[in-house]
Design a protein around this ligand. Structure first.
Ligand SMILES: [Mg+2]
Length: 155
């Protein structure tokens, strides 16, 4: 997926790297409106879900979705997420998150989006991301309707 942003840069995005809790899931559950969008985007992008899996159900809740889920319980989640996005290719990745442990991953990604949704966002993440939106649907729609992204980021 190539997105030309006048006066800024041309983005080539082929990976979407998502936090789970507070980002694609609310209280551990994924809304149908989110699943719908993930199915649309999976036609053009490889989608990864990175999570500390606070509720222990992420893998089960993502069953049947076109995503690769990566869990890593422990205290070093922030660094695990950073390592994974580097391995996947940060220069072709859009990262979406809401928490303090998403800061490094979002700093690495060529395009990053913070979600200030129902669970809130770590305030420090807002300053590290390219775009802040209210809901995960809004974040995913930036790729489905890239003119929204272009309008926000253009020079
Ligand atoms: Mg989160």
């Amino acid at each position: 997926m190539i997105i030309e942003i006048p006066g800024y840069r041309t983005l080539e995005i082929n990976k979407l790297v998502l936090d789970y809790n507070g980002t694609i899931a609310i209280d551990g559950d994924i809304l149908e409106s989110v699943k719908e969008r993930l199915r649309i985007l999976a036609a053009d992008l490889d989608i990864y879900v990175l999570t500390a899996d606070t509720h222990g159900t992420a893998r089960q809740k993502c069953a049947g979705l076109p995503v690769t889920i990566m869990t890593f319980p422990g205290d070093s989640v922030m660094y695990e997420k950073e390592r994974i996005i580097r391995d996947l290719g940060a220069e072709v990745s859009m990262a979406v998150g809401n928490g303090r442990n998403d800061v490094l991953m979002c700093r690495e990604a060529v395009l990053s989006v913070a979600i200030a949704g129902r669970e809130g966002a770590f305030s420090g993440l807002i300053a590290e991301t390219d775009v802040t939106v209210c809901t995960v649907e809004d974040a995913l729609d930036l790729l489905i309707k890239p003119k929204r992204l272009i309008a926000t980021l253009r020079g």
